[in-house]
Design a protein around this ligand. Structure first.
Ligand code: PGA
Length: 248
């Protein structure tokens, strides 16, 4: 099963969020072979859950944030225990959280531990900052990944989803080339399988749109996509789902 996640970031007002979520849930009925997930802003998650009564079964919700702490005096943070039963997934290590909130390495690993302890699937985002032909790029990316997953057991890691998001491709309108993505994802999968027995999903994110989803959908190594901007238009998001439901 492939997974398509819409990252709404800090966008949408409530009426728009409810309408968009309904449209996505309706589209999900047409793609029972996909897991379709939306990550709205935190205050919209409960209203969306109540509004939709969470059907169809292949439609799920994600949080964009979680604390690495269990509970306590952490103003503005949200604990995994508070998200439990409300979301099925949570993004961690997104480049915007790394950049604006300094969340990396141990902090990301603690967030993942919290999520796993509360039956929420972490979606760990990783990727290089700049476009380069540096032959050591994948090695560096793997090094970063090993920090982000430090302390996680083989079993815990197998309950995570990874999302390869080259930072230079996010929000720019230009995704990485399918062949490049294929290479990176295949290398990451092979490495993590050898080192940690990881056999989970690896998604791609960074300027995925209906214009490129068809080609990306043909990359067999890819288990889905993490979509930012294009996930805010129901029609575009549904088209991306269609392109990923065809060629598995
Ligand atoms: P984008 O965002 O699709 O708008 O590039 C992707 C992301 O930030 O996850």
């Amino acid at each position: 099963m492939r997974t398509i996640i819409g990252n709404w970031k800090m966008k949408t007002r409530l009426p728009e969020a409810l309408a968009l979520a309904s449209q996505v849930a309706k589209a999900a009925e047409r793609f029972p072979a996909l897991e379709i997930v939306i990550a709205p802003s935190l205050p919209w998650i409960v209203p969306i859950r109540e509004h939709l009564r969470m059907s169809p079964p292949n439609f799920a919700l994600a949080s964009q944030v979680v604390s690495g702490h269990t509970e306590g005096a952490y103003t503005g943070d949200v604990a995994a225990s508070q998200l439990q039963g409300i979301v099925e997934y949570c993004l961690v290590g997104h480049s915007e959280r790394r950049k604006y909130h300094g969340e990396q390495g141990r902090v990301v690993a603690e967030q993942m531990q919290q999520l796993l302890a509360h039956n929420i699937t972490p979606v760990l985002c990783f990727g290089e900052l700049e476009k380069s032909r540096n032959p050591h790029m994948v090695e560096q990316v793997l090094h970063g990944l090993s920090h982000d997953t430090e302390g996680l057991t083989v079993d815990q890691l197998s309950h995570c989803i990874l999302a390869y998001e080259p930072v230079w491709a996010i929000g720019t309108g230009t995704p990485a080339e399918p062949e490049y993505i294929r290479e990176v994802v295949a290398t990451v999968k092979a490495h993590l399988k050898d080192e940690k027995g990881f056999r989970g999903q690896v998604l791609y994110g960074g300027s995925v749109t209906p214009a490129n989803a068809h080609d990306l959908g043909r990359v067999h190594e890819l288990d889905g996509v993490l979509v930012g901007g294009a996930s805010l238009q129901a029609k575009d998001f549904a088209q991306i789902c269609a392109d990923f439901s065809g060629h598995v």
